[in-house]
Design a protein around this ligand. Structure first.
Ligand code: ADP
Ligand code: MG
Length: 619
């Protein structure tokens, strides 16, 4: 995609800037581009290899080393060697608390900050900073191999990543000096690499099965008119090729009758066994027997035994496939294509099981550990304007809205809305002369904001003082293709404007989303009752306020008796409000309304006749 153009003013050649595609993986990361033959290609920086292990090591001075060289320190300096940082990206300490034993480095629980930090040496690093180190390495390799600056990239994330994780990925890119043009879902990228979705007339349903080093996910995608939509995802973020390695290690421990307790103390030997197990596993992808030794420990494994060892884990992934199908309300027969992603799908048994489950041979022609990066490069090419336009589409899992009177949730973008999307609504002030308006943004399905998840809050300041109800405040929600929300508030009469991008500090797990949805159903009845009470109350309060202001302003048009009777009605309404009885509030509000209606008409008449008088003076 490198185009050469000539600058007519200077006569010099200008090479058009390359946009790379990056697969920022849990286990391995890689960078790809579209080569001059217009084919996607993974960048191999002169012998350093295609895959960059997603491992960062810090030495005593705090210098970072990334990739294979850093991986060696997993054995010699585990406390300062950080792996699987993707699991922590955009996550709060709470999210990972149960899994801390799977990390050999220290994760910090900082009360003031809900996002996790990692300690290496005497420094603290955020997952964003650590991911940025990996991205910097990829950028440097690409620049070295292509001999040109690389400043723009498309980065992939799992389809189940929430706003906060996507934003964190974007921030990591920025920190690495990359302009992140788009965050793309990994299954979408993998499909693109197979050419699925590139034909705008194509209509297909695709299952993408991704078994990596430590994570598994399956996504059901639909492609229509070049638009990708994620219908459902499922998986297990703690299931992958590492589990295969572990089960082999256990098998060897038993076969060699090793003392497990003593071994647990010997982290060096454990790590060597683990690496040998991975070697065996990979070998068994193309041969039937593995037979080696570590000292006097026999590391023997045949293919059939290996398949027995991993059968339960593979069955678990097929269960997730079943669930994903159910969630998308599709049957196996309705899936047109199956795509294999992730290094662990190189295991023939995995491939065979997936083929059997879906009843068709899956796409496996492209290296499964490269396919996401290659697809990202194609997406980068599309964004560079080198291909006919293709949209990528996702749906938002929970409704987005703002808090209105009495703590009610007013939904602006409903759940399951396709992104990118835009929606807005007009609001006004409730008090005369109100100059500020607080805008609180929430996510969730409950009627009361306090039951939903707060994303952000800001003040629209500087609204010119006007009577209540006169200002027109437009609130617009824009959810972009990356799933990042921009909220804009603008007062139309004055043009006062305020805008924020939302980067929620907490990660939202699939479990949380599910719980929020279930809660909204189980509480539907009480929520409705509460909403009606709150609405009655707001209306009643507003009416009492308006009536009081009316007497203050226009008392001269009323008789003393009318004034005192109005006050009695207001008092009755206030008492009903204090009791929080919906029906009584509505009744008293009605009575007050009825009683004061003629007054309002009278004032109007006077106003109209004085306006007429005004006219006659003009003559
Ligand atoms: P991630 O997406 O999590 O970064 P990858 O897609 O790179 O991970 O997959 C890494 C996993 O693939 C590791 O567990 C690795 O052992 C496994 N793997 C790599 N090559 C093979 C192979 N030939 N056979 C079986 N497993 C393999
Ligand atoms: Mg991956």
């Amino acid at each position: 995609m490198a185009k050469i153009s000539i600058n007519l003013a200077t006569g010099s050649l200008q090479q058009e800037e390359i946009i790379v595609g990056i697969d920022l993986g849990t286990t391995n990361s890689l960078v790809a581009f579209i080569n001059p033959d217009k084919n996607p290609q993974v960048i191999n920086d002169t012998g350093k290899g295609l895959l960059v292990p997603s491992v960062v090591h810090f030495n005593a001075k705090g210098d970072a080393l990334v990739g294979n060289e850093a991986k060696d320190f997993l054995i010699t300096d585990p406390a300062n060697t950080i792996f699987s940082v993707k699991r922590l990206l955009g996550r709060s300490y709470k999210d990972v608390a149960g899994h801390q034993d799977t990390f050999s480095y220290k994760i910090i629980d900082d009360e003031n900050d809900s996002l996790v930090k990692i300690k290496a040496g005497d420094k603290f690093y955020t997952p964003i900073e650590l991911s940025a180190e990996i991205l910097k390495e990829l950028k440097a390799r690409a620049e070295h191999a292509l001999k040109t600056p690389v400043n723009r990239a498309v980065i992939t994330v799992p389809a189940y990543f929430n706003d906060s994780q996507r934003q964190a990925t974007r921030d990591a890119g920025r920190l690495a000096g990359l302009d992140v043009l788009r965050i793309v879902n990994e299954p979408t990228a993998a499909s693109l690499a197979y050419g699925l979705g590139l034909d705008p007339n194509q209509q297909k349903t695709i299952a993408v099965y991704d078994l990596g080093g430590g994570t598994f996910d399956v996504s059901i995608l639909s492609i229509q008119n070049g638009i990708f939509e994620v219908l459902s995802t499922n998986g297990n973020t703690f299931l992958g090729g590492d589990d295969f390695d572990r089960s082999i290690v256990h098998y060897w421990i038993e076969k060699n009758k090793l003392d497990a307790a003593a071994l647990a103390q010997d982290s060096g030997l454990m790590q060597s066994l683990r690496l040998k197990a991975e070697e065996a596993k990979k070998a068994l992808s193309s041969q039937n027997l593995f037979n080696e030794q570590i000292g006097d420990i026999w590391c023997t494994l045949d293919k059939q035994t290996f398949e027995e060892l991993i059968a339960a884990k593979v069955a678990e992934t097929l269960n997730s496939c079943k669930q994903a199908l159910a969630d998308s309300k599709l049957t196996v027969a309705e899936i047109d294509e199956v795509v294999l992603v992730g290094g662990s799908t190189r295991t023939p048994y995995v491939k065979a099981q997936v083929a059997e489950f879906f009843g068709r041979p899956p796409h496996d022609q492209i290296n499964p550990d490269e396919v996401v990066a290659l697809g990202a490069a194609i997406q980068a090419d599309i964004l560079a304007g080198n291909r006919s336009d293709i949209l990528l589409l996702d749906v938002t899992p929970l409704s987005l809205g703002i808090e209105t009177m009495g703590g009610l949730m007013d939904v602006i973008i409903p759940r399951n809305a396709k992104v990118p999307t835009k929606a807005g609504r007009q609001y006004t002030t409730s008090i005369d002369g109100q100059v500020n308006m607080k805008i609180s943004v929430f996510q969730g399905e409950r009627d009361l904001v306090q039951e939903n998840r707060k994303l952000a809050e800001f003040d629209l300041k500087g609204i010119p003082a006007m009577p209540a109800g006169l200002p027109k405040v437009d609130i617009n929600f824009m959810l972009n293709a990356d799933g990042i929300l921009t909220v804009q508030a603008i007062e139309l009469r004055s043009g006062v404007k305020q805008e924020i991008d939302i980067t929620p500090s907490y990660g939202l797990t699939d479990d949380t989303v599910e719980k929020m949805l279930i809660d909204s159903i189980t509480h539907a009845k009480s929520d409705v009752a509460q909403r009606m009470l709150i609405e009655a109350r707001s209306e009643g309060e507003q009416l009492a306020y308006t009536a009081e202001r009316f007497i203050e302003k226009h008392g001269s048009f009323l008789t003393p008796e009318e004034i005192s009777d109005t006050k009695t009605h207001i008092e009755a309404l206030k008492q009903a409000l204090a009791k929080a009885e919906k029906d009584e509030i509505l009744k008293k509000a009605d009575e007050l309304n009825e009683f004061t209606r003629p007054f309002a008409e009278r004032v109007m008449d006077v106003a109209v006749s004085s306006a007429m008088k005004g006219k006659s003076i003009d003559k």
